[in-house]
Design a protein around this ligand. Structure first.
Ligand code: BEZ
Ligand code: MG
Length: 582
């Protein structure tokens, strides 16, 4: 390489690194637990309002603030800047300028007493020539949200419920996606399953489904033939079926609505318009989804059957390819070969993979995949005669469907709960990935979307674990926020360590440095260890035990001196808990 290309390569790497640092810095994280009845305070409120302001809301005739600022400055639109900033320093500077002005406007809105809206509007006009009639609409919305957050009715709602009084209903959603959830403290209602997926969910889903396929093509050089996708109920309530819409895009169909606006059938999107093959999708659906979205389960099954019966070349229609093959090989009918919607048996919930991991009740990791299949092998849909086979046990069919999977995937539609906050992500996405590995002998590529990010970001599981580790578990802002809650805060830190461990157990997706730094931050630091020990010795013991388990199971190559120290600390914690002087 000549010195010019060495310099170019160096600049490219520095830019890439800078982009990663920005990603970590800008990630929204909860800085403490939600305290019932309490309103978020200023820095947190500012972050929240900034996220709310960064979405177009055509129903309110409101445009995204970063777009308005970018336009006012004569730059490309913000999502273009986001994409281009990884490869061009000039775009990166423009992006930073847009973000700084947006941040400044939100700060001035929060700071100024009296005419808050006008202060922000004036600033945006002076710094970025954003017309007042546009920015005023954004800040009217933010003022409304702020007012409703300040008037917190959660405690009132709870006491009314306990007295058996009427509680006003309200939609359940993420505040950023749907500010109409405010005020909180109302009786959350779900959605009409026949309206799912909504037109706006279909609109939002297309770029995410494309980003997923693009990302895998970057990694593997071709389209995945089969994707196993996790569908949850609450998420699809919040988004009016964003993940459902993603399935339909992958299959290459769109919902057809009847005279009562109910999505009961699908229209096939022609291959010329799709411009790519139809992807085979195996759906593993939560018990909550099954209970709430019966009509949607039928719609998804209908969509798969329709696509399987199209007259199209096998290389452009992987569902048809696979179901034809299965019918030929096993001499079965389409009623078996096109089953793709699986959940628990009626009345059952969850995979139990999380419990097996939490209680260390497994020897070989194949047991985790096996348990997932045992719990989720119940098929849902309608046969060719239109008869429901809801909840029929179909272990062989699920195993067969999983044996073709190259990619597993789950849509993440909120900044409030991430993949190490609860054990349910690893039980589902980790569980299905282990089940695939058991059937194919190879771990699938695992992806998560970040459908709230303006750029329709899709990350690998490994990238997501790194990002969550950096922004939460190992971030002093996060763990100090937790420690303010004393006993529960330590429990929360331990849950993050254990849920991270869950990603080792189910997917081998955790780097050594994550465990190294957990040990260094929470155990080898005497002062921190003493804080954990005095606030909550039970969780401290579980945390240290989990680190040792990670090493014992081969998930973490730790220094022997570190392991010796952990062993010491564990012995000491156990003595204390058992009341032995130590
Ligand atoms: C659901 O919404 O379907 C769900 C929520 C938490 C855990 C598992 C499933
Ligand atoms: Mg739970």
């Amino acid at each position: 390489m000549d010195s010019n290309s060495v310099n170019n390569e160096r600049d490219r790497r520095v830019l890439e690194l800078y982009e990663k640092v920005l990603e970590i810095e800008q990630r929204l994280i909860p800085t403490g637990l939600h305290v019932f009845g309490q309103t978020p305070d200023d820095p947190e409120l500012g972050d929240l309002l900034r996220m709310v302001a960064s979405f177009d809301r055509p129903e309110l005739d409101i445009r995204s603030l970063p777009d308005l600022v970018a336009e006012g400055l004569g730059f490309a639109d913000y999502s273009t800047l986001l994409k281009a900033s990884a490869a061009s320093e000039e775009r990166l500077r423009e992006r930073e300028k847009v973000e700084a002005i947006v941040r400044g406007a939100i700060e001035s809105f929060l700071d100024s007493r009296g005419s808050r809206i006008e202060a922000a509007v004036d600033l945006l006009w002076a710094e970025a020539s954003v017309p007042g009639e546009q920015s005023r609409k954004v800040f009217d919305l933010l003022a409304n949200i702020r007012g409703q957050l300040e008037n917190n009715r959660e405690l009132d709602g709870l006491t009314r419920a306990l007295r058996g009084e009427y509680i006003e209903p309200g939609p359940g959603a993420d505040i950023i996606q749907n500010p109409n959830i405010l005020p909180t403290g109302r009786n959350t209602h779900a959605v009409n399953p026949y309206s799912v997926p909504s037109a706006s969910a279909m609109r939002r889903a297309e770029p995410v489904a494309n980003a997923l396929l693009d990302r895998h093509r970057e990694e593997a050089g071709r389209y995945p033939e089969t994707i196993a996708m996790v569908l949850w109920g609450i998420d699809n309530i919040k988004t009016e079926g964003e993940a459902v819409a993603q399935v339909l895009w992958l299959l290459g169909v769109s919902p057809r609505r009847d005279a009562m606006n109910r999505a009961t059938d699908v229209d096939v999107i022609p291959l010329e318009r799709l411009g790519r093959p139809r992807i085979d999708v195996v759906m593993t659906v939560s018990g909550i989804f099954r209970d709430l979205f019966g009509a949607t389960m039928t719609l998804l099954d209908t969509a798969v059957r329709r696509v399987a019966s199209l007259d199209e070349p096998a290389e452009m229609n992987f569902i048809k390819k696979h179901s034809d093959l299965q019918m030929n090989e096993s001499e079965c009918s389409i009623d078996e070969a096109a089953v793709r919607v699986f959940s628990n048996a009626a009345g059952n919930y969850g995979t139990n993979v999380n419990f097996m991991v939490l209680e260390s009740q497994w020897d070989d990791s194949g047991e985790l995949g096996d348990l997932f299949i045992t719990r989720k092998c119940f098929a849902y849909g309608r046969d060719s005669q239109g008869r429901n086979f809801d909840g029929r046990e179909s272990r062989k069919l699920l195993e067969r469907a999983l044996s073709r999977v190259e990619v597993t995937y789950q849509n993440i539609d909120t900044t409030e709960v991430g993949i190490t906050d609860v054990d349910h992500y690893f039980e589902y996405l980790g569980g299905v990935s282990k089940a695939v590995e058991k059937q194919t002998g190879a771990r699938p590529a695992i992806y998560l979307s970040d459908s709230l990010s303006p750029g329709a970001k899709v990350r690998t599981l490994e990238e997501t674990v790194r990002l969550e580790s950096r922004t939460k578990m190992l971030n002093p802002k996060w763990f100090e926020g937790m420690l303010r809650h004393g006993f529960s805060g330590v429990a929360e830190i331990e849950h993050h360590v254990t849920n991270t461990f869950g990603w080792s157990a189910t997917a081998g997706a955790v780097d050594d440095w994550v465990y190294d730094e957990v040990a260094a931050t929470f155990v080898l630091d005497e002062e921190m260890l003493e804080r954990l020990r005095s606030l909550n010795p039970h969780s401290a013991r579980t945390l240290v035990g989990r680190l040792l388990e990670a090493s014992g199971r081969g998930f973490w190559k730790a220094e022997q001196s570190v392991l010796d120290k952990l062993q010491d600390v564990l012995g000491n914690l156990e003595d204390r808990l058992e009341g032995v002087a130590g």
